[in-house]
Write a protein that binds this ligand. Structure first.
Ligand code: HEM
Length: 396
């Protein structure tokens, strides 16, 4: 059987299909938009096997199949190429070298320093949010992570509005036509980043963009292409995903009175609750695809050299062999070793930032509007690889 992850019934209640997948074995076939049919893991153990063997399961298909990733996307416009060349699709040593350049900026302590700024930003956004029926995504849950990544990168405020406008079509991609439209709109984002690199070269400023522009590596600086790849990856990975985590948490808290009471009454356990939102909701359902470097197997399931394979993080996070009663939302689940941020060398660089953003967003919203209600049931977006509630409208 070939599964599809964008089926609305699956997104709303994945448990029955996940059980069916597990019954088939550690690997199943899944049809992904644009990419085609690939293998996906169905359990926590199979996902970890895949993610912890980067020499066997490679990001770059070039050396294995003779066809590098860029050749698969030959139809993409030239200006888009930096996006096909980010560290997320690279293997070591290149990946390790790139990641090292930005790792320090994402250290727990550095990110913790952003908390007061995020709290002020959340309060200012809520001050400007009308009451009554409100599109909370537009007013709050999208701008907050956007401003967080802008702060980290050092993007000045006078550029926020134009960048937000240019990036918006990415969030609306639900089919290949909209994907092509969004790709063309990204051209303006890349042009703005080039301007920012030029400004940082003229006069170094605060933030990661300036640090990267001036980073010396073995006596040489990053090329313009390398800078664009890195900054675009951080910019895109850094806000879209967190919006979905916050939205899914708001939907759950607004729909389930017991959960809301737990959240409001137990500030000390909110961090555990956010991990459970990550596990239960799994806003990013899978990682980038990998390619088998040789004929091998995953827990006995054969994998041919060159096969395309990815872990289904959602399935791992709902695996009864790993989690007791995985379908139950346990606000104090401990331990909670979910794979929602990935695992292995490419594990999410921004996970501390995402956790703090979610904590601040929920805390400030529910402090101000403890009685908020959903004004209509949220549906799930048809977005490849994401489990993202859309149209989250609240009565404030
Ligand atoms: C709830 C929010 C988030 C979720 C669920 C999430 C999830 C993930 C996952 C699953 C991966 C692994 C991808 C792979 O192996 O192919 C990843 C990687 C990554 N994430 Fe996140 N992420 C979130 C927030 C962020 C934020 C706020 C940033 C900030 C810039 C960020 C930056 C990155 C980067 C740069 C990588 C690639 C790391 C590498 O290739 O070494 N993420 N993320």
């Amino acid at each position: 059987m070939v599964y599809r992850l964008n089926d609305p019934e699956f997104l709303a209640d994945p448990a029955p299909v996940l059980a069916q997948m597990r019954a088939e074995g550690p690997l199943v076939q899944v049809k992904m938009p644009i990419i085609g049919t690939i293998w996906m893991t169905t359990t926590d153990a199979a996902s970890r096997t895949l993610l912890k063997n980067p020499d066997l399961f490679r990001r770059d298909p070039g050396p294995i199949t003779g066809k590098p990733l860029s050749r698969r996307f030959w139809w993409m416009p030239g200006f888009f190429k930096p996006l096909l060349d980010t560290m997320i699709v690279k293997d070591d040593p290149e990946h390790r070298r790139m990641r090292k350049l930005v790792e320090l900026a994402f250290a727990r302590a550095t990110i913790e320093d952003l908390r007061p700024h995020l709290t002020r930003t959340a309060d200012a956004l809520l001050d400007a949010t009308p009451t009554g029926t409100v599109d909370i995504v537009r007013h709050y849950t999208r701008p907050l992570p956007f401003r967080a990544i802008c702060a980290l990168l050092g993007i000045p405020e006078d550029r926020h509005a134009s960048l937000a406008r240019r990036i918006a079509p990415i969030s609306a991609v639900t089919n290949p036509v909209l994907a092509v439209f969004a790709i063309f709109r990204l051209r303006g984002v890349l042009a703005e980043f080039r301007d920012l690199f030029a400004e940082a070269r003229r006069s170094p400023g605060p933030g990661l963009i300036s640090a990267l522009v001036h980073a010396e590596e073995d006596g040489s600086r990053l090329t313009e292409q390398q800078l664009l790849s890195m900054v675009m990856l951080l910019f895109l990975a850094g806000h879209e995903t967190t919006v979905h985590l916050i939205n899914s948490a708001i939907v759950a808290l607004a729909s389930e009175p017991k959960l809301r009471a737990h959240f409001v009454e137990n500030p000390d356990t909110r961090a555990l609750m956010i991990e459970e939102f990550m596990r239960h909701g799994s806003p990013v359902m899978t990682t980038k695809m990998m390619f088998a470097a040789e004929d091998t197997d995953i827990l006995g399931a054969p994998v041919r050299k060159g096969a395309q394979i990815a872990p289904l993080l959602l399935a791992a996070n709902h695996d009864p062999a790993r989690f007791d009663a995985p379908e139950t939302f346990d606000p104090e689940r401990r331990p909670n070793a979910h794979l929602g941020f990935g695992f292995g060398p490419h594990v999410c660089l921004g996970m501390q930032l995402a956790r703090i953003e979610a904590a601040v967003a929920l805390e400030r919203l529910f402090a101000r509007h403890p009685d908020l209600q959903l004004s209509e049931p949220a549906r799930y977006l048809n977005r490849p690889g994401l489990r993202a509630p859309a149209g989250v409208k609240l009565m404030l």
